[in-house]
Design a protein around this ligand. Structure first.
Ligand code: PAF
Length: 288
């Protein structure tokens, strides 16, 4: 259990009671959804939310619907005491800790399936993933009813899927993105980095360099087929397996063909070190 002074709610009614008092005082509400195991990337989203909104709710819920059988649901790091301390330091106003029964009571049937940015890339490898994310985030938005919600660019496809969901379903919430937090060698911060052993951790640092070189080649006018081939070869040499290395339209994630970039793009990759999956992405500008 949490011992710190930071308030927490485990039910929708307790959450809403707290949020209602803020609303009565005309305070704006920011929301940072997480699965816990908080690192500085999450905390920078909380700080961003604090800068934009009067009050901030952070949820911690390891969402079973976004894990397929055989994925790391049981092993996913759960560090609640530590998380609560970090959220207290980051001046979060309320932690929302729903149980699986609160989120998915007996008889729950909904499944939110999107197309557009939800197709391909992560979805090609983890077909269940964005249905699970969209379904839980839709529920969380309805429970918290925030004015603004904050998502990291580290999960760039997820960010675009949430923007699409908000647009398609008219959720009255503004989505703001936080830049990817990085370690000193550039590795994108992720709760799953905790799975890496010392040797894997050193190798993991190459992913962002490979993507940087990919983005720089595109901006220098190298055609997409050549630049992608080079990035794929580098990733194949550096990692145990490569799920994808791609460049896509920055706003829709549509495929771009093989030629020279003519608009803003995003380079994205997913690779494996042992059983750990790493993802990363960054912006790629067209040649000027
Ligand atoms: O990015 C995450 O941690 C999760 O996918 C999210 C948005 C909290 C939904 O479970």
């Amino acid at each position: 259990m949490i011992t710190q002074q930071i308030p927490h709610a485990t039910t929708v009614s307790a959450l809403r009671t707290r949020v209602r008092t803020w609303r009565e005082d005309r305070l704006s509400v920011g929301f940072v959804p997480t699965m816990g195991a908080l690192h500085d990337g999450h905390l920078s989203l909380v700080r961003l939310a604090k800068a934009q909104c009067d009050r901030v709710v952070t949820s911690i819920f390891v969402n079973p619907k976004q894990f397929a059988p055989g994925e790391d649901l049981d092993a996913y790091p759960r560090t609640l005491i530590d998380d609560a301390e970090k959220l207290t330091d980051a001046k979060c106003d309320l932690i929302y800790l729903p149980t699986p029964e609160v989120m998915y009571p007996d008889g729950f049937t909904a499944n939110l399936a999107l197309k557009g940015p939800a197709l391909g890339l992560e979805a090609a490898i983890r077909p269940h993933f964005f249905d699970g994310v969209a379904t839980v985030v839709a529920k969380l938005f309805n429970q918290v009813r925030p004015d603004m919600a904050f998502f990291g660019e580290k999960d760039y496809q997820q960010l675009l899927v949430i923007r699409q969901m908000v647009k398609d379903l008219d959720f009255p919430v503004e989505i703001l993105a936080g830049e990817t937090g990085r370690d000193t060698d550039g590795l994108a911060l992720s709760s799953r980095n905790a799975y890496l052993d010392a040797g894997q951790r050193v190798r993991a640092g190459q992913l962002n360099h490979i993507l940087k070189a990919f983005a720089a080649a595109l901006t220098a006018g190298t055609d997409l087929k050549t630049a992608r081939g080079e990035a794929l070869a580098a990733a194949t040499a550096a990692f145990d397996a490569v799920d994808y290395v791609e460049a896509r339209c920055a706003t829709s994630l549509a495929e771009l063909g093989d030629g020279i970039l003519d608009g803003p793009a995003r380079v994205l990759a997913a690779v494996r070190l042992g059983s750990t999956r790493l993802i990363d992405n960054m912006a790629a500008k067209p040649p000027s």
